[in-house]
Design a protein around this ligand. Structure first.
Ligand SMILES: Cc1cc2nc3c(=O)[nH]c(=O)nc-3n(C[C@H](O)[C@H](O)[C@H](O)COP(=O)(O)OP(=O)(O)OC[C@H]3O[C@@H](n4cnc5c(N)ncnc54)[C@H](O)[C@@H]3O)c2cc1C
Ligand SMILES: *[C@@H]1O[C@H](CO)[C@@H](O)[C@H](O)[C@H]1NC(C)=O
Ligand SMILES: *[C@@H]1O[C@H](CO)[C@@H](O)[C@H](O)[C@H]1NC(C)=O
Ligand SMILES: *[C@@H]1O[C@H](CO)[C@@H](O)[C@H](O)[C@H]1NC(C)=O
Ligand SMILES: *[C@@H]1O[C@H](CO)[C@@H](O)[C@H](O)[C@H]1NC(C)=O
Ligand SMILES: *[C@@H]1O[C@H](CO)[C@@H](O)[C@H](O)[C@H]1NC(C)=O
Length: 495
């Protein structure tokens, strides 16, 4: 279960608090001295060490912050940032941090929903892996080695350079880092065909608490199991992973159609729940619900966007939809035949026709303030559940709200619950991702309050005992008791 994993990391944070109180007050200087000693090449390590005295400290810290909530001047900052270019430098940081009682935060793409890869309530250093991002593809064996600091789109780009029919089943957002993403599962449009990113990892390099580099052979079965879905930051610093690549046809088809309430959206959403999870695995249809202003009346309404990736040609897709989901009314004009990499560019939010080189960049399209949560749905939700939901959506205090429905079934249903730590398999129809975002810091409280109320509203309709969540959509509210404080007592393992 994921909730215990979150709780476990809270227990770890707690233990570190106790530990660092007894540590040397001189930890920071001792740490820097230690790095120098451990590093065989001082000039090389000093090039990748940033203290607040370095002019580029702040820009380096902010470069990979993907939730603006954690850019404020009151957000705790690291004493030191290290951007290793060699695995041995990561080993040195681990040993020196341990020796000097400092907490480590490991950052890959910086997409953590709660900023956990670059914030902490205790003195800490950040290992920022952005410069460990080498990717090597072996087309004949259909495998790849990817270093933990790469982004998923850098991986997709590299694969597409070598082959038009190989792919990897991971997320949609271009700048997500493989470091955190693969640690918690990692899903995208190929989920119903090939499962999660973590389902397709076959080897890894991990630096443990003693600074040793472990791989598949030396880490043993249990640790290899745990690091594929058990959550980032839990077991060591992963520096690289070996992946099994998957087959995709040269031509795939995408569509996206929007239906507002006045176009029968509720009926379609309701029906989707019965259709989407049992479609053939070559087809994934997801829904994204937004509050919009109707282009006709200017009045607010709800829009449901049905978007899809189909591993085949448009004529086959239309045949399939005619049988399974004719109500949606998808027509040839709604569909586009593209290569898999072009589909990744589109789902990444880039406009049509941009060159695949954009995928190699680490610069996001936008940066926002946000709070998000997730749920799993095991039984179709009655229409009334949606009808009443819009009242919350229409509240004035929120503007940009979104609810994503990601259908399961297919391969997700076949992989046993215990194959890797990610347990949400057979029995789940789909997953919800709720997100509210805003542009001004003074709106934090009202938006966060709103999404907590949305979460309460959804309780009767989603998984119970336990109410499950996706660890990659980490949500520290789940570690809070009713008084709103973090309850370590509740963090019993095996909940
Ligand atoms: C805009 C956006 C879109 C997203 N889209 C998707 C999606 O399509 N599918 C999906 O499944 N998820 C998605 N996510 C969630 C994403 O998978 C998680 O936020 C993931 O943890 C991000 O990984 P990261 O390396 O970018 O983040 P980071 O903030 O760098 O890391 C996240 C966590 O992992 C730890 N970690 C990072 N690197 C390592 C490492 N090398 N070794 C050990 N621990 C490490 C960090 O310490 C932290 O606890 C999205 C998130 C955002 C913000
Ligand atoms: C030490 O680092 C410098 C600068 O990065 C590099 O030019 C040099 O080759 C390195 N020497 C060794 C022995 O690794
Ligand atoms: C940060 O400053 C120190 C001290 O001046 C210097 O040795 C180091 O090279 C600087 N770091 C970077 C990344 O430039
Ligand atoms: C590290 O990565 C950043 C971002 O891609 C890049 O600007 C920088 O030049 C890299 N630094 C080194 C030492 O490779
Ligand atoms: C809809 O209109 C309202 C008021 O005219 C405006 O404040 C809001 O930003 C608009 N929302 C969207 C999503 O365009
Ligand atoms: C936090 O919650 C615990 C358990 O309910 C309670 O005993 C404790 O007093 C609370 N602490 C604070 C600071 O509110």
């Amino acid at each position: 279960m994921e909730t215990p994993s979150i709780s476990q990391s809270l227990v770890l944070i707690f233990l570190v608090v106790i530990f660092s109180e007894t540590a040397h007050s001189d930890g920071y200087h001792g740490f820097l001295r230690c790095l120098t000693l451990h590093s065989q090449n001082y000039s090389a390590i000093s090039d990748v060490v940033y203290t607040p005295d370095n002019s580029s400290y702040l820009s380096t810290l902010q470069f990979s912050i993907r939730n603006l909530r954690f850019t404020s001047s009151t957000t705790p900052r690291p004493l030191v940032i290290i951007t290793p270019v060699l695995e041995s430098q990561v080993q040195a940081v681990v040993l020196c941090a341990k020796e000097n009682g400092m907490q480590i935060r490991t950052r890959s793409g910086g997409h953590d929903y709660e900023g956990l890869s670059y914030t902490s309530q205790v003195p800490f250093v950040v290992i920022d892996l952005m410069n460990l991002s080498e990717i090597t593809i072996d087309v004949d064996r259909r495998t790849a080695w990817v270093q933990a600091g790469a982004t998923i789109d850098q991986l997709y780009y590299k694969i597409s350079h070598k082959s038009r029919t190989l792919a990897f089943p991971a997320g949609a957002c271009p700048t997500v880092g493989v470091g955190g993403h693969f640690s918690g599962g990692g899903y995208g449009s190929l989920l119903r065909k090939y499962g999660l990113a973590a389902d397709n990892i076959i080897d890894a390099r991990l630096i443990d608490v003693n600074g040793r580099v472990l791989d598949r052979k030396s880490m043993g079965k249990e640790l290899l199991w745990a690091i594929r879905g058990g959550g980032g930051a839990s077991f060591g610093v992963i520096t690289a992973r070996k992946l099994n690549l998957v087959f995709v046809p040269e031509t795939v088809t995408v569509f996206s159609v929007d239906r507002i309430l006045e176009q029968n959206a509720i009926e379609l959403i309701y029906r989707w729940q019965y259709v989407a999870p049992s479609l053939p695995t070559d087809l994934l249809i997801a829904i994204s619900i937004n509050k919009v202003n109707s282009s006709k009346t200017g009045e607010k309404t709800i829009s449901a966007s049905f978007s899809s990736l189909f591993l085949g040609h448009v004529y086959r897709l239309l045949e399939l939809l005619k049988q399974s989901f004719p109500e949606l009314g998808v027509e040839t004009e709604d569909c586009t035949e593209v290569t898999w990499i072009e589909s990744a560019i589109l789902t990444g939010g880039y406009p049509t026709g941009v060159s695949p080189e954009v995928l190699a960049s680490r610069t996001p399209l936008t940066n926002i303030y946000f709070k998000a949560k997730s749920d799993y749905v095991r039984e179709p939700i009655p229409k009334i559940g949606f009808q009443k939901l819009w009242k919350l959506f229409y509240e004035k205090e929120v503007d940009m709200v979104q609810m994503n429905f990601i259908s399961y079934g297919g391969r997700m249903k076949e992989i046993p619950e215990s194959a890797i730590p990610f347990p949400h398999r057979a029995g789940n129809l789909y997953k919800f991702h709720y997100i509210v975002y805003w542009n001004e810091p003074q709106k934090d409280a009202s938006n966060i309050n709103w999404i907590r109320r949305l979460y309460s509203y959804m309780a009767p309709y989603v998984s119970k005992f336990p109410r499950a969540a996706y660890i990659n959509y980490i949500d520290l509210d789940l570690g809070m008791n009713n008084e709103g404080n973090t309850s370590y007592a509740k963090a019993s393992i095996g909940d």
